[in-house]
Design a protein around this ligand. Structure first.
Ligand SMILES: [Zn+2]
Length: 264
């Protein structure tokens, strides 16, 4: 066993006894890293506390064997407060981001740039106007997909690869195919295939968000209905393209906010 140190943010944890659990971190050095937390849930533990939505420096014993390494020390570096106006929405989007990374990241492959991006994203979730959280999360979602090689084809047809704005499309209704991996031009559309229709405005917004920085994303206004439609389209795209069939539970939670004022 060797002692290692890394910066980390919690993605998910699984309790397996009253005092112990497995915690899955996103780390800056080792990517997604599951570690055993022995006795860390006990009140008697003298080790630093593990806090959700926070940057921590963790010291851990890594194991060369098949068994998982375990946590030794924890030091808090920065906690992201989600308490500002619209806190339930902030919590929902931050949780959805953790869940997305948990589902998509491969174990123990360093993802330095993506870690920095995730850290910056949480900073924006803490400070952004609550009406801009949807655009922020959609930009994050698209960037994670792009980073991991799953970008949906939005600027060009997913089948014939022709630029969408040069094939004479009347873009008042754009059809998106989660199974084919993106938008489909009218020449390639087949009767009976499953498509999600986007309005011209929704399509343009998604296209802009695909290349937007977080700073640019928080300037883009997006309505609630539009958010739900685009999130559903991306969630379906993920399950078709990656084979992950588990529902994004946090996205389901966002639907429950539909009738609330939180995201308006
Ligand atoms: Zn086509």
């Amino acid at each position: 066993m060797s002692l290692e140190k890394t910066e980390a943010i919690i993605l998910k944890s699984f309790n397996w006894s009253e005092s112990s659990r497995t915690v899955v971190f996103f780390t800056d050095r080792a990517g997604k890293l599951p570690l055993v937390d022995k006795g860390g849930r006990s009140f008697k533990s003298r080790r630093g506390r593990l806090i959700p939505f926070a940057r921590m420096e963790i010291t851990y014993y890594s194991s060369q064997k098949e068994t998982r390494g375990y946590i030794s020390e924890v030091a808090l570096l920065e906690a992201f407060s989600l308490e500002k106006s619209g806190s339930l929405g902030r919590l929902a989007f931050a949780s959805a981001a953790c869940e997305l990374l948990y589902l998509l990241l491969p174990d123990e492959e360093p993802q330095g740039n993506l870690y920095d991006y995730f850290r910056a994203f949480l900073g924006y979730v803490e400070t952004a106007d609550k009406h801009r959280l949807s655009a922020l999360f959609l930009a994050f979602f698209l960037r994670v997909l792009s980073h991991l090689g799953y970008s949906p084809s939005l600027a060009y047809c997913a089948l014939c690869r022709r630029d969408f704005d040069t094939v004479g499309e009347k873009a008042d209704r754009v059809l998106f195919s989660p199974a084919r991996g993106g938008i489909i031009c009218s020449a390639c559309q087949k009767a009976g295939d499953y498509y999600i229709p986007f309005s011209s405005a929704s399509y343009k917004l998604l296209l802009a968000l695909q290349t937007a920085s977080l700073k640019e994303a928080v300037t883009l206004p997006i309505g609630y209905q539009e958010t739900v439609l685009l999130l559903e389209a991306l969630a379906k795209f993920v399950s078709y393209q990656t084979g992950i069939t588990s529902d994004l539970k946090s996205l389901k939670f966002l639907e429950k906010l539909k009738n609330s004022e939180l995201l308006r």
